[in-house]
Design a protein around this ligand. Structure first.
Ligand SMILES: [Zn+2]
Length: 117
């Protein structure tokens, strides 16, 4: 048993800290599980869209890979992912806005959507 400087047992504090740590770990597990489930759903939707597009429009896998490469290199980096680094100028205050925000981070004005993704 732990004792503090007043001679009182610190068991309750230790138990509270352990419970808080367990709670945070459980929340992290649930968040990871939700993200994984959402990712699987998006992968399923992507597969379905691809199959419809290739069957109905004749788009080939080569077309897909070429387009993926082109999109990947738009930020001058080939890292196999979309950068998401969008940049715009606020129509109200003319300050530079980084990211895909729907409102200006400086003045709160609505910013036209730059990408639906
Ligand atoms: Zn602004």
């Amino acid at each position: 048993m732990l004792w503090n400087i007043f001679g009182k047992p610190q068991v309750i504090e230790v138990q509270k800290a352990a419970a808080a740590r367990d709670f945070k770990e459980r929340i992290a597990e649930l968040s990871a599980h939700n993200v994984e489930g959402r990712l699987q759903t998006l992968a399923l939707a992507n597969q379905a869209m691809w199959e419809i597009l290739s069957q109905k429009c004749g788009v080939t896998e080569e077309d897909l890979v070429n387009k993926m490469t082109e999109i990947d290199q738009r930020d001058n980096k080939s890292e196999g992912k979309v950068s998401g680094n969008f940049e715009a100028t606020c129509p109200n205050c003319n300050k530079r806005i980084l990211g895909n925000h729907l409102k200006c981070v400086w003045c709160g004005a609505k910013v036209p959507m730059r990408s639906p993704f």
